[in-house]
Design a protein around this ligand. Structure first.
Ligand code: FES
Length: 109
């Protein structure tokens, strides 16, 4: 079980990355305050998505963006809707909220 952060630490329309030892993940909060957690690995080449720390979203905070070739992913499903991995998806990580903290059960890699 790993505590990532308090859900209050992430503003709506922003994201944050976390190291999980061998792998890494990121948390996204959409503009409706809904939280999603994904493995930080682009389905195109298996590289980490962000170029600038904690920036996994496009300029409007609407879609997840891979910085390498610009693939765009839906925040709520992780599905790629534009770019070289069209139709493929980011891998979601199950999580729970406990006392406002985002907790993942195991290190999904
Ligand atoms: S590595 Fe992510 S779009 Fe190519």
């Amino acid at each position: 079980m790993t505590l990532l952060c308090s859900e209050k630490d992430i503003a709506p329309g922003t994201s944050r990355g976390f190291s999980l030892g061998e792998s890494s993940c990121f948390v996204v909060k959409n503009h409706d305050d809904e939280i999603y957690v994904y493995v930080n690995s682009c389905p195109h080449l298996g590289v980490e998505l962000e170029w600038v720390a904690d920036q996994f979203l496009d300029g409007e905070g609407q879609l997840i963006q891979c910085s390498t070739h610009g693939a765009l992913f839906l925040v709520d499903s992780g599905e790629c809707v534009a770019g070289p991995c069209l139709g493929q998806s980011l891998k979601p990580i199950p999580f729970s909220l406990q006392d406002g903290n985002i907790i993942i059960e195991h290190n999904a890699g």
